[in-house]
Design a binder for this molecule. Structure first.
Ligand code: 8DG
Ligand code: MG
Length: 151
């Protein structure tokens, strides 16, 4: 019994935090990359980001990933949403999405990945991994409300 419980615990605890940056400019364009061959969700769009290391602060992880992957230093980061993605019985991703609204440098595909700025309201949720889909709908709805309030 104890063995079964400890086994269950190990599985339940197998969560991996992921820090993800939605880089948005003042025109409401979003910086996206295409996930390369050989990675999970290859060929789909992603927002830059990656795995949080043990004992690393999530926003520090985001700053590190953004520097490694797209060559920017993020200076303004806001919480946006947290999503769970169950990969298998023994792995669950906790995806921490942040808005990145100010940065130093100009983002580019530093690891050779294809990148693009896309108007937020034209992003197609189906072209991203499943965990991103609600995030994109929320982003688009927030932007519509923001624009209405500014009129
Ligand atoms: N970067 C990123 N990962 C995402 C998004 N949506 C989503 O489900 N994921 C998943 C895919 C991966 O299983 C996981 C972590 O992503 P990753 O492959 O970027 O991790 P990493 O940069 O640390 O890369 P690596 O060291 O494993 O090569 O999060 C997203 O928008 N951006
Ligand atoms: Mg990554």
């Amino acid at each position: 019994m104890a063995d079964i419980l400890s086994d269950m615990n190990r599985h339940l605890n197998n969560e991996q935090n992921i820090a993800i940056g939605i880089i948005i400019n003042t025109n409401n364009d979003i910086f996206v990359a295409i996930r390369p061959d050989g990675k999970s969700y290859a060929g789909l769009f992603e927002f830059p980001g990656g795995k949080v290391e043990a004992d690393e602060d999530i926003q520090d992880a985001l700053r590190r990933e953004l520097m490694e992957e797209v060559g920017i230093y993020a200076t303004k980061i806001e919480d946006f949403s947290v999503e769970k993605s169950v990969v298998s019985e023994s792995l669950c991703l906790i995806l921490h999405f942040f808005l990145v609204t100010a940065w130093e440098g100009e983002p580019f595909g530093k690891e050779g990945q294809t990148t693009q700025w896309i108007a937020a309201n034209t992003l197609i949720p189906d072209m991203f991994p499943p965990a991103n889909q609600d995030v994109i709908l929320k982003l688009q709805s927030d932007i519509i409300h923001l624009n209405k309030n500014n009129q």
